[in-house]
Unconditional design. Structure first.
Length: 194
């Protein structure tokens, strides 16, 4: 140890005790790992940025069980499930607006057609009832239900219950500011209280 380190480090004695304890309590694997690190450090001092591989790269060279294939397929399906549902919702929404072109829309609200304000009436299932807002899912995607619309149910009690809502389309995923594609402007039919 150099003298400057000893004078500037108030924990010198503690470091020395810890180093001694580490040297007495190591496992053979830890000693071998330290040896490999020192050898690697000393042999790579004169090398450049790229180091030559002596053996093949060992990524993925383990013996797979035959059941692993089905497990990986299940993980793939699970990973894509949200994207698949979102794709189906967007296609249903696209079909809804394709069947109701702008030129044939009226200014009046109708329960089966889309009006010029991109409003329609849909059936949905409640997924969350919160203090300030609620959410639901429909065949056209997620629905935001603000508290002033009148869904005054106890928090978290009616998940999965059906309701009919008048909604306005907020835009597709890439162009809307809000998180959900549909916003409720009125509740047509609430679930019955249990």
């Amino acid at each position: 140890m150099n003298r400057y380190y000893e004078e500037s480090n108030p924990y010198h004695d503690i470091d020395e005790v810890c180093d001694y304890l580490d040297s007495q309590q190591y496992s053979p694997e830890e000693l071998q790992a330290l040896h490999n690190l020192v050898v690697h450090y000393n042999t790579s001092l004169d090398t450049d940025e790229y180091e030559q591989f002596i053996d093949d790269i060992e990524f993925g060279k383990f013996t797979m069980d035959s059941r692993d294939d089905e497990y990986f397929r299940m993980l793939d399906r699970q990973e894509m499930m949200g994207d698949m549902y979102a794709f189906e919702d967007e296609n249903k929404t696209h079909d809804l607006f394709a069947n109701n072109p702008w030129t044939s829309r009226s200014n009046n609200s109708d329960s089966t057609r889309v009006n010029k304000r991109s409003e329609t009436t849909i059936d949905a299932q409640i997924t969350h009832v919160g203090k300030n807002y609620s959410t639901a899912t429909s065949e056209y995607g997620k629905v935001f239900i603000p508290r002033p619309c009148g869904l005054n149910l106890p928090i978290g009690k009616y998940e999965g219950k059906a309701l009919t809502v008048r909604v306005r389309y907020q835009g597709s995923d890439g162009c809307r500011v809000s998180a959900m594609p549909w916003r409720t402007i009125a509740i047509v039919k609430q679930p019955e209280c249990v």
